[in-house]
Design a protein around this ligand. Structure first.
Ligand code: PLP
Length: 449
């Protein structure tokens, strides 16, 4: 048997990543003492950076009281306080919170709640969910079936439910035709969504599910003006629910607590995760409208779902403190201001770059897309693995960012996603752009570009 230096089943079975031994604000410290600037918070997770003293203290305090109790027997102070904090003021009609351990679990809960709501309302025929191509909703089988990320779905396709179908994403850079205005594009997408309702039978559709700003699959893709209002109208007209996946783009990442606040609509059910606990504990949540919960309260009286670690007290305590810090330090104003700075810097560095076709995003959630030819938006050959090369070059240069491939169609296309912590400074952002520039140019050079 070949000698391996780790028994952990790592993401790559060919290499073992270095061990992280510490962190300090925006910095991660590797075992050899190297300091790496965390420009993507892992996968848009570490919104307060690393080792925030207030969050560590809140976790220690909770650990000294009670670390875990099963929700079949007890609620807990941090779970109650976190739910009050998130939905006590009923943002957009969202009135209840269901705490799970991450984004995929949150999405599974949204799908099941939507289905159970219709069963209990006497509309059991509503069993279809419409989602979008080039989206990601998680890796568990239900969430994977909902998502439209072609390469992630491919090996598991025979196991994925046919209850989910996919329409064109609101991805103007690739999907809007050159002779179309933005509003023509929105109208075309709305027509397609309406046609999908008609194909399935509008009375058979339970929900439409989408990321308000698409994350890792396509790279910080915001929808054109008016798109989500049209989507909301179509769902309302057919009595279907709108589920928004804010696992990555939510909890302040785009400058408002919820990304949907900037779209002039609100969902019936929402999933949040990464920025909720900022990585201090594994936690996600489903937020649901009062209307849905009241229907089930009057019906069976229980959401027929559950996990062992629902509303884990340690996770809720960490997330509550993360959210209090964001509120008390008015960090969302900072996210907006820093977001403008990051956009300016990215534009200065890459605006005229012959292989950067698009710079996009909102707040501290931005991306650059690499293309072989800017005029035609032709992507690089995926066999070149440009995004892998950029990631490696950036890491070598002391920068952790989030490059990914399959940007265009799940196969070709390369982008780099940035999601720095909300506590970053302008100087940090300048260093991020400088190091990213060097990594992009170095990687392009290695493929003779
Ligand atoms: N939904 C979106 C939009 C995501 O970006 C992710 C993770 O990247 C998920 C769901 C799944 O979350 P998790 O990896 O915590 O299960």
């Amino acid at each position: 048997m070949a000698v391996r230096n780790s028994r952990v089943l790592h993401r790559s079975l060919r290499e073992t990543p270095p061990k992280v031994i510490g962190g300090e604000g925006v910095w991660l410290i590797a075992e050899d003492g190297r300091r790496v600037l965390d420009a993507s918070g892992g996968a848009a997770v570490s919104c307060l950076g690393h080792q925030h003293p207030r969050v560590l203290a809140a976790m220690a305090k909770q650990a000294s009281k009670i670390a875990y109790a099963h929700t079949a027997f007890f609620s807990s102070e941090p779970a109650e306080a976190l739910a009050d904090h998130l939905v006590g003021h009923e943002p957009g009609g969202l009135a209840y919170a269901y705490f799970v351990s991450g984004g995929s679990e949150a999405i599974e809960a949204t799908i099941k709640l939507a289905r159970q709501y219709f069963v209990e309302r006497g509309e059991p025929q509503r069993q279809h969910f419409i989602a979008r191509r080039q989206s990601y909703h998680g890796n568990t089988l239900g969430a994977l079936a909902a998502g439209g990320n072609a390469w992630r779905r491919a090996p598991y396709a025979p196991l994925l439910s046919s209850a989910f179908s996919h329409v064109t994403p609101a991805f103007a850079y690739h999907e809007k035709r050159d002779d179309e205005s933005e509003s023509d594009f929105v109208a075309r997408l709305a027509t397609e969504l309406e046609a999908e309702f008609q194909r399935l039978g509008p009375e058979k559709v339970a929900a439409f599910i989408a990321e308000p700003v698409v994350g890792a699959t396509a790279g910080a893709v915001t929808a054109p003006e008016g798109y989500f209002r049209r989507v909301r109208e179509i769902c309302n007209r057919h009595g279907a629910l709108l589920i928004l996946d804010e696992v990555m783009c939510g909890m302040g990442r785009t400058g408002t607590t919820h990304a949907w606040e900037q779209e002039g609509i609100s969902p019936d059910i929402q999933a949040i995760a990464k920025g909720l606990g900022g990585g201090y504990q594994p936690i996600g949540a489903m937020l649901a409208s009062g209307k849905i919960i009241e229907t089930i309260r009057r019906g069976s009286g229980a959401f027929q779902h559950g996990h062992t670690y629902l509303a884990h007290p340690m996770a809720c305590a960490a997330a509550l403190e993360v959210q209090r810090v964001i509120g008390e330090e008015t960090l969302l104003d900072h996210v907006k201001e820093l977001g403008r700075h990051l956009e300016r810097r990215l534009t200065e560095r890459f605006g005229n770059h012959r292989h950067v076709g698009d710079i996009r995003g909102r707040g501290l959630f931005q991306a650059i897309e690499l293309v072989e030819d800017r005029a035609t938006r032709k992507p690089f050959d995926p066999a070149l693995k440009l995004n892998h090369k950029i990631k490696a070059a950036a890491f070598e240069g002391g920068l952790a960012c989030y490059p990914a491939g399959g940007t265009v169609d799940g196969r070709s296309g390369d982008h780099v996603l940035l999601a720095p912590p909300y506590i970053a400074t302008r100087d940090h952002l300048d260093t991020i752009v400088e190091r990213l520039g060097a990594a992009v140019d170095g990687a392009l050079k290695s493929i003779n570009q």
